[in-house]
Every structure is written in structure tokens, then in C-alpha cells.
Design a binder for this molecule. Structure first.
Ligand SMILES: Nc1ccn([C@@H]2O[C@H](COP(=O)(O)OP(=O)(O)OP(=O)(O)O)[C@@H](O)[C@H]2O)c(=O)n1
Ligand SMILES: C[C@](O)(CO)[C@H](O)COP(=O)(O)O
Length: 242
């Protein structure tokens, strides 16, 4: 059964504040997108990659990924969209459907989660194969969580404490039946043109369409590299062998 990964790498990385788009920022001498792609290719279930790149960087991203892949699988690089949701939709549209059944697995993974390990990928794929149309990796919330009112100059009023027992932090790769993911994206495409209205993950689109989404154990190594501090943490993790 084919497993295609849409690797989202078209973001600018504003919060990281590097001169290069985030996907091309080096970590231990290797671009972040190449770290992510190499770990995906190390998962035996993964058959091919569709990577979304920032406009103007398609060739750079292709070269970076191909130089570090470690296993000979097809790689297609396409320009991303205005939001992560739109980038995923473009990746989905680019999947070569020859010989691909509707119930084949599509994973969606952030290049920004550059150190997500192969065994996490396999856990998500296995849950889709077990019959779940949408699967997400999650971790528990360890801080106390509160809802606050509108920001004021010197802070914000606390409105409520949110029970955290059933809250989870959501990671990628997220796994889906291809037909279900395609229909969920099509149903919400009107929101994709602006990051402010777009879904923040793909599972939310399935939820909106009434599908059950299944949560499996995540992995701290799949942390999202958003800020310079995250990049420094990732550098320590790679030094430690991640
Ligand atoms: N239009 C977009 C926006 C984001 N992404 C990808 O979605 C993932 C999660 O996005 P995030 O970590 O927020 O990256 P950026 O959007 O680049 O970060 P920032 O918001 O700081 O600019 C990243 O791998 C990013 O490349 C994408 O493919 N297309
Ligand atoms: C998809 C995601 O990584 C799940 O936690 C996250 O929602 C991406 O958010 P971002 O604001 O696009 O970084």
C-alpha cells in the first residue's frame, strides 16, 4: 500500500528570524528540510515525498532534500501556498495518482519538526492501516492552562482555569486515508488563502467534516522549531544523537 508524505516546507520562518527561509536554515550543517526528509525516508513504510517549497526556492529545496535522503525514493517539490493549509492542498493536488487507491495513506509532516524519528512515522502509519481515517501524534500538557481576557497594557485578566487532563499537544506527522483528506481539504478550501482563517492542522479539517481523529503517542523529538531557542535545543538533540 503506497504511503506518500507531504512535507510542508514553504513557510518563511518569520519567528526564527534567519536570512534564509526556515526550511533551508542549517542545523549541524544540514538544512532543516533535509533533516526531516532523511528521517521520513528512514521509515520503511514511506514510498515517496511531495515537498512544498517557498516560491523561488523550489530548486534549492530539491537539491537539499536529494543530497541527504539516504534512500532512493521519488521526491517531487512544488511551490507552497499562502498558508500551511494551502500548501498541503497544493501538495495533495500534485500526487501522481497512477496506481494509487483512494484508501492509500498520506502523511502530512512539518519540515519544522525536523527531528521526528522514523518509529513515530511508523506508529502513525500503522494506526491508519488499522482503520483510522485520521491519526495524530500527541503529548500531554504539563503546564497549568488558563483562559485570559483581552490584553491590557500591563497584563490580562484571568477568566478561567482549563482542566488539562484531556488536553494534548499535537504534533506531526499526521496520517490520513488519501480520499478522506482530499475531501476534507476541498470542503474547507475557502479558508486556506489566509493564515488567519486557515486550519492550523489537517486533522481539524477532518473533525469539521465529522470524522473521528485518532490520537497516538507522540515523541518529544518531534518538537517544532519555531524560534532561535528551539533551534538551539534541536542542536543539542542532534549532538546527543537524535
Ligand atoms: N504557507 C506555508 C506556511 C507554512 N508552511 C510549513 O508549515 C510548517 C509549520 O509552519 P511554521 O512552523 O509556522 O513555519 P513558518 O510559517 O515558516 O513560521 P513563521 O510563522 O514563524 O513564519 C513549516 O514546516 C512550514 O514550512 C508551508 O508549507 N506553507
Ligand atoms: C501542524 C502543527 O504542527 C500541529 O501542532 C501546527 O499546528 C503548525 O502550526 P504553525 O502555526 O503553522 O506552526
Amino acid at each position: 500500500m503506497t504511503c506518500t508524505v507531504i512535507l510542508t516546507a514553504a513557510g518563511t520562518g518569520t519567528r526564527l528570524g534567519h536570512a534564509l527561509p526556515k526550511a533551508l536554515v542549517p542545523l549541524d550543517g544540514t538544512p532543516l528540510v533535509a533533516h526531516a526528509a532523511r528521517r521520513l525516508a528512514a521509515a520503511p513504510s514511506v514510498d515517496r515525498l511531495v515537498v512544498t517549497a517557498p516560491a523561488g526556492y523550489v530548486d534549492d529545496v530539491r537539491r537539499a532534500v536529494e543530497a541527504h535522503l539516504g534512500r532512493d525514493i521519488p521526491v517531487l517539490v512544488v511551490p507552497g501556498g499562502a498558508s500551511r493549509q494551502e500548501s498541503v492542498a497544493r501538495g495533495l493536488a500534485a500526487i501522481d495518482l497512477e496506481g494509487v487507491a483512494d484508501d492509500e495513506v498520506v502523511l502530512v509532516h512539518d519540515a519544522a519538526r525536523s527531528l521526528a524519528p522514523a518509529d513515530l512515522v511508523e506508529r502513525v502509519v500503522a494506526a491508519v492501516h488499522a482503520g483510522h481515517p485520521g491519526v495524530i501524534p500527541v503529548l500531554p500538557v504539563t503546564d497549568t492552562v488558563k483562559r485570559v481576557g483581552p490584553d491590557e497594557p500591563d497584563g490580562a485578566p484571568v477568566v478561567a482555569t482549563v482542566p488539562r487532563g484531556d488536553l494534548r499537544r499535537v504534533q506531526t506527522p499526521q496520517g490520513f486515508r488519501r480520499d478522506v483528506l482530499l475531501a476534507a481539504h476541498a470542503a474547507q478550501s475557502a479558508l486556506a488563502g489566509d493564515e488567519a482563517t486557515a486550519a492550523t492542522d489537517d486533522a481539524a479539517l477532518l473533525e469539521a467534516a465529522g470524522h473521528e481523529v485518532w490520537a497516538v503517542a507522540g515523541d518529544e523529538l518531534a518538537m517544532k522549531i519555531t524560534t532561535r531557542r528551539d533551534l538551539a535545543v534541536a542542536a543539542v538533540l542532534t549532538e546527543e544523537g537524535a
